[in-house]
Write a protein that binds this ligand. Structure first.
Ligand code: HEC
Length: 128
C-alpha cells in the first residue's frame, strides 16, 4: 500500500496539471472568439502588444490578473470608457479563454523582480 502511494500521488498531480494547462475552455466557440479578438488588436495588437504608448501591453500577463481586469471592466467595477464598452457581452468562459490566449503570448516587457527583497530605485537614482 505504501509503495503504491507515490504513484497514485504522481497520477493525481499529472491529472491536476493537465486540467490547469488545458487551452480548451468549455462553452467557447474558438473561431468566433478569434474573430472578436480582431477588435482588441486595434489597440492591444494581435498578440497583446500595445499599438500605441497609451494602450497597455497585455501579452504575457498572468491569466488570473487578466480575468480580474476584464471582469471588472465588464461589471463597471473598473471604470474606463473604452474598456467598459469593449468587454460588454463577453461570458465568463470567453473572458477565461481570452486571458489564456494573451497570457500565452510572449511579451517584450521586462520580467518583474521577485517581490521578497526586491531592490527599488528612489528618485535620486540611488539603489536602497
Ligand atoms: C480602442 C482601444 C482599445 C480596444 C479596442 C481594446 N482595448 Fe483593452 N484597453 C485599452 C485601454 C486604453 C486600456 C487601459 C484602460 C485603463 O486605464 O483602465 C485597456 C486595458 C485592457 C486590459 C487591462 C490591462 C492591464 O494591464 O490592466 C485588458 C486585459 C484589456 N484591455 C483587454 C482587451 C480586450 C480583450 C479587448 C477586445 C475585446 C480590448 N482590450 C479592446 C484600449 C483598448
Amino acid at each position: 500500500m505504501t509503495a503504491r502511494r507515490p504513484a497514485t500521488l504522481a497520477l493525481l498531480l499529472l491529472g491536476l496539471l493537465g486540467a490547469c494547462s488545458s487551452d480548451n475552455t468549455p462553452d467557447v466557440d474558438g473561431q468566433a472568439l478569434a474573430g472578436r479578438r480582431a477588435a482588441c488588436a486595434a489597440c492591444h495588437g494581435k498578440t497583446g502588444i500595445a499599438q500605441a504608448p497609451n494602450f497597455p501591453t497585455i501579452a504575457g500577463q498572468p491569466t488570473e490578473y487578466l480575468v480580474q481586469a476584464m471582469t471588472a471592466y465588464r461589471e463597471g467595477r473598473r471604470d474606463n470608457a473604452i474598456m467598459n464598452g469593449q468587454m460588454r457581452g463577453f461570458t465568463d468562459a470567453e473572458i477565461q479563454a481570452l486571458a489564456i490566449y494573451y497570457h500565452q503570448q510572449s511579451s517584450p516587457l521586462a520580467r518583474m523582480p521577485e517581490h521578497a527583497g526586491a531592490r527599488v530605485d528612489n528618485d535620486q537614482g540611488v539603489t536602497q
